[in-house]
Design a protein around this ligand. Structure first.
Ligand code: AQP
Length: 342
């Protein structure tokens, strides 16, 4: 079976964007592919963070994966830092990664510009090398990526090819290796349309964990009242009726898309149902749909959190399965790069 890897950072509450853009799609993939879903805690420290929160957020994120329907008997669910090979391979890859490639990464430019050079850790620059390590360790065939991560995946692909050229093939064979490519070059798996969920308070910026206002996002664990309140106060417009894809109505497009994804209806069905509605009627419809969709996830989340031994078991087993694949790749890389092995 073809293999897929993906992960979410434990940097705050998991929101509807993470769910509709990533986790919900994983569930659809786990039957057809071999899947590894991890909680990327090592990535979560690239910007200032709260040490008292990291471990809790990591466990919460794992529990949310399971509550959303990730099946730990099929998928390997684990914490990135529990598999040491991620960091080790990252160092080896960073020797092959030209600084120029990293300097061109837009996310780094944007985030570092905000904070200023003296306040930004080196890890923010080398973050894409760790991401490449996360993917290449598992010889992944596909990586589900949103628009924002496309550039990083392209870097992963180029880095894989560069390492294959520098150290693979005949040179590796001479060192006792199997020869050929060290890494599989992964392909992006672009999620279904409409999977970029925007902020509730500004239809032009994406829904994000790190946005200062909690009103801008629906968290998966929000109470019924919180959901109702956020939808009540979310940004709308004063055009008549409701419609998708009008560039002058980004909030309208976003809310209709959310409703479509949550209700499982087609776009045409949503158009038929909602085009003549006013905001008041639609808001009560989407509020109910969100509450109904999230309720079973919240119930499962509580069950999982009430049984810490179960969650520990899932994460231990997931890390063990991941380690087997990761260590095999890492050993190949050490060998191909000419290291003296124990
Ligand atoms: N608004 C979104 N719409 C669709 N997909 C989204 N994702 C995030 N936001 C949206 C997808 O969620 C996955 C995990 O994201 P991440 O935790 O690695 O980091 P992120 O993309 O930076 O997510 P956030 O919530 O915006 O976090 P912060 O604020 O910490 O940077 C990815 O697959 C991402 O595409």
């Amino acid at each position: 079976r073809k293999r897929i890897v993906s992960g979410v950072q434990p940097t705050g509450s998991i929101h509807l964007g993470n769910y509709l853009g990533a986790i919900k799609n994983w569930i659809a993939l786990q039957n057809a592919y071999e899947t590894l879903f991890f909680i990327v805690d090592l990535h979560a420290i690239t910007l200032p963070y709260e040490t008292q929160q990291l471990a809790k957020a990591t466990r919460d994120t794992a529990a949310i994966y399971l509550a959303c329907g990730v099946d730990s008997s099929q998928a390997s669910v684990f914490v990135q830092s529990h598999v040491h090979a991620h960091v080790e391979l990252m160092w080896l890859l960073s020797a092959a990664a030209p600084i120029g490639w990293l300097n061109r990464m837009i996310q780094f430019k944007e985030k570092s510009l905000k904070a200023g050079d003296e306040n930004v850790g080196v890890a923010l620059l080398t973050y894409p090398v760790l991401m490449a390590s996360d993917i290449l360790l598992y010889q992944s065939d596909f990586v589900p990526v949103g628009e924002d991560q496309k550039q990083h995946l392209e870097l992963t692909r180029e880095l894989a090819q560069r390492v294959n050229n520098l150290y693979g093939g005949r040179k590796w064979k001479k060192l006792g290796g199997r020869g050929g490519a060290i890494f599989k070059v992964p392909e992006p798996l672009i999620p279904p349309a409409g999977a970029r969920i925007m902020s509730l308070t500004d239809g032009l910026s994406k829904m994000s964990k790190s946005a200062p206002s909690d009103q801008s996002r629906i968290n998966l664990l929000d109470s019924k009242d919180a959901i109702a309140n956020k939808i009540k106060r979310c940004k709308t417009d004063s055009f008549p009726g409701l419609e998708f894809d009008n560039p002058e109505r980004p909030e309208c497009n976003n809310l209709l898309s959310i409703y479509q994804l949550i209700s499982g209806k087609t776009k045409e069905e949503v158009i038929q149902e909602c085009q003549d509605m006013n905001w008041g009627t639609f808001k009560s419809l989407i509020t109910d749909a969100l509450i109904d969709h999230l309720h079973p996830i919240q119930v499962r989340y509580e069950e999982i959190m009430s049984d810490p031994a179960f969650l520990d078991g899932v994460l231990t087993e997931g890390a063990a399965r991941a380690k087997e694949i990761a260590d095999a790749t890492l050993n190949n890389v050490y060998q191909a790069m000419g290291f003296l092995r124990r």
